[in-house]
Design a protein around this ligand. Structure first.
Ligand code: GLA
Length: 493
């Protein structure tokens, strides 16, 4: 199979172009061809026929805008050349059957129904169910049934639990697979929005960045994504710089240990907004319609950013709030507050953290990060990468101090990066472990990687390296690629 694919790629310019556009050259290219062959072989063994089509959905690296998305504030990620690929065929019934080239993700099978019950938390099949449930519900609203299921073999190269959106890539892949076999099309921005909400099915109250970049990424570009309302702006990545991702070796699975830590942040932001809304209404002597931090715009409030920032901080004089103190200030019962802002997916109330809800510092992070993203867009356009790097460094400090999503290993990794030639380094993704994204001049890229090996992986974090693995597998030199779509040469397979 590998030989057959190689022949296709050698002779077909479209296939060659596809590979060059979506993956780096050299080793990664041959690894990709091998991966595609394994995937197709698996499909044939499991389902006894050839797949009808292959689709891919990329992971992402976020450059700026950490945790801003669910607050209605923008982000600037790139879609990367690490993806989830699915080889599939439609079925005549409503079954969805999934197999994975990675044996620890065992076979899953479920039916398309109006209400699809989830697997236990953390199960890989839930990301597929999330997408299908989201689409089924959406189409039922206009009285359309999507009935056809599919058989799909899946292969992922986005490292899991690393903050690179492997889960959303799977959600996106499942969604485009389901739409394809049911012969439906949807506007990509609308689909991104739908899937952001659909992914709450797994229990994490995330925003819309990961699905949007996986669907709408553009090769050679970062994408500024706005969520309030949704819009995108591709910004060319200046030549001569690399986005190199280094894994801290602290694994942060979003649906397991990190879920409560993650969900605490959107809850704290919603509580902060409730206090801000009340304070602003009092100050402006009118009721203000602020539902999200991203509604705190000069054009809506009629005052400049620095004044908005000051008034909002006045609304949050303390940094440790309890349900009781919030209820006192808002003059609403604790139960009302919990019901409005603090429910988990299963309907239970989020426990008050032992160190209190840290509303002031959470707000500080989101507001300043929002403004960093806005500045960064112009800076990128002008190619002022030193300043872009500084913004990344400021963002990292704020993630550590205000949003408290860094961990000591990430802090150390960032320090080592900056000493070894990164112009900017910050954690990317949800945090609580995972990866750092480093902005590195092209000419220093190789030395940078070697030094990360020497000072982080073979020294500071030696004890964290999983047995039998090489540190180089945790350093990803990323290329920005197009969003999800068909594997262009899949018709020959
Ligand atoms: C996760 C979520 C995103 C976003 C990031 C943090 O990846 O899925 O929506 O909130 O964390 O920026």
């Amino acid at each position: 199979m590998t030989d057959k694919l190689l022949k296709i790629i050698e002779t077909d310019p479209i296939a060659r172009r596809y590979l060059t556009d979506n993956y780096s050259g050299g080793e990664q290219r041959s690894a990709t061809i091998g991966r595609y062959s394994t995937l197709i072989r698996l499909f044939q063994t499991e389902f006894g026929e050839k797949p009808r089509i292959a689709l891919r959905a990329p992971g992402r690296v976020n450059l700026l805008g950490g945790h801003t998305d669910y607050n209605g504030c923008p982000v600037i990620p790139i879609a990367i050349d690490r993806d989830i690929v699915g080889a599939l065929s439609g079925r005549d019934d409503a079954q969805i059957v999934l197999v994975n080239t990675e044996p620890r993700f065992s076979k899953r099978m479920f039916s398309v129904e109006p209400e699809i019950p989830p697997y236990p938390t953390g199960d890989w099949g839930n990301y597929v169910k999330a997408a299908i449930q989201g689409l089924v519900t959406h189409f039922r609203q206009s009285e359309q049934e999507l009935r056809k299921g599919f058989n799909m073999a899946v292969s992922g190269s986005v490292p899991p639990a690393a903050g690179m959106a492997s889960s959303s890539a799977l959600v996106v892949l499942a969604a485009i697979a389901f739409l394809t076999v049911n012969e439906r099309e949807m506007d990509r921005l609308q689909l991104a929005r739908l899937l952001a909400q659909a992914e709450w099915y797994v229990g994490t109250q995330g925003g819309g960045m990961d699905q949007a970049i996986s669907l709408l990424g553009q090769s050679g570009h970062a994408l500024k994504i706005e969520f309030n309302p949704y819009s995108t702006l591709p910004v060319a990545m200046p030549k001569g710089y690399r986005a190199i991702v280094t894994h801290s070796l602290v694994f942060a699975p979003k649906t397991e240990s990190a879920m409560d830590k993650y969900n605490r942040r959107p809850i704290e932001c919603r509580l902060a907004v409730a206090l801000i809304r009340q304070h602003l209404s009092q100050q402006l002597h009118r009721s203000v319609d602020v539902r999200l931090i991203g509604d705190l715009k000069p054009e809506l409030l009629g005052m400049p950013d620095d004044e908005i920032y000051r008034i909002c901080l006045d609304a949050l004089p303390d940094n440790r709030y309890s349900y009781a103190s919030i209820s006192n200030t808002l003059n609403e019962s604790i139960e009302q507050i919990q019901k409005k802002y603090c429910l988990k997916k299963d309907g239970t109330v989020f426990d008050e953290p032992l160190d209190g809800f840290k509303l002031r510092s959470r707000f500080t992070h989101i507001f300043t990060e929002w403004k960093r993203v806005l500045k960064a867009v112009d800076i990128l356009k002008r190619g002022e990468m030193l300043i872009f790097g500084e913004l990344m460094n400021e963002a990292q400090v704020s993630c550590r101090e205000n949003y408290e999503i860094s961990v000591p290993e990430i802090d150390q990794l960032v320090q080592i990066s900056l000493k070894n030639g990164a112009m900017g380094a910050r954690l990317t993704g949800a945090g609580f472990g995972g990866c750092v994204v480093n902005l590195v001049p092209q000419e220093n890229a190789e030395t940078f990687k070697e030094n990360m090996g020497k000072y982080y992986y073979q020294d500071f974090a030696r004890h964290l390296l999983p047995e039998g693995s090489h540190w180089r597998n945790f350093v990803l030199d990323c290329k920005s690629v197009d969003g999800a779509g068909e594997v262009l040469f899949s018709k020959y397979i």
